[in-house]
Structures are given as C-alpha cells and as structure tokens.
Design a protein. Sequence first.
Length: 133
Amino acid sequence: MGPVQKSQTTSHDSQLLPRLLDPENEHDFVWADSAYSGECFEDLLSLGGFESLIHEKGARNHPLSDKAKELNRVKSSIRACVEHVFGCMTMSMGGKLTRKIGLERNDAWWGLKNLTFNFLRYLQRSSHIATVA
C-alpha cells in the first residue's frame, strides 16, 4: 500500500469574513488588519450594518497619507490589547488547539485558561506598579 495523500484546501482568513460577522453581536464595529481592506469588504460590512475599523492599505506608487498612517497606528494600539492575549496563549500556554471531548470539558478548559491568563496579567501589572512606586 502506498502513502495516503490528503488534499488540502486552504483559504486566507480574509475569505472567511462573512462567517465571522454576527448580526446578534452587541457592537457593530469590525476591527481587522489591512488584509480585510477593499471595496468588497466595505460593501459587505455596510450591507450587514457594521462599522468598519479596518486598517487602510497602501499600494505601489500610492502610499498612505499621514492621516491614514496615524489612524492605522491608533487602530493597532487598540487591536494589540486583544492580540497579546492570543500571543500569550499560543507561546506560553500550550497553544489555542483544544482536544477535549464534550462541550462542558472544553468550556471548563478555556475558562481555566482564561482565568490563568488573567492571574498572570494581574501579577505582571501589580509587580510593575510596585517597582514604579
């Protein structure tokens, strides 16, 4: 018997945006990097009643204006707060993949992981405040 070949179909995250939009969400803002910029995404968001806070993207011979760069910088500082949580879980807490059987176990696992992250973040913040004071 020969090796089994798996067909892999991959798609970029930006192609999955329609699946991520939840009309029941309490906020209407969509934060994303410049991979999600473009007229088709803007049309999709306006059709769903969402407000776009997507980074602007420059192009060859059409660099971003200073105003657009500043807006991207502000958006990045806000998005970084969320990205650091995923970075910490990926790099130092065993990743984002869960292999538990049953929703209750998955819920408990992620609850404990989030609680652990919050404790670590509290310790980091409180030790920083103690050294500054």
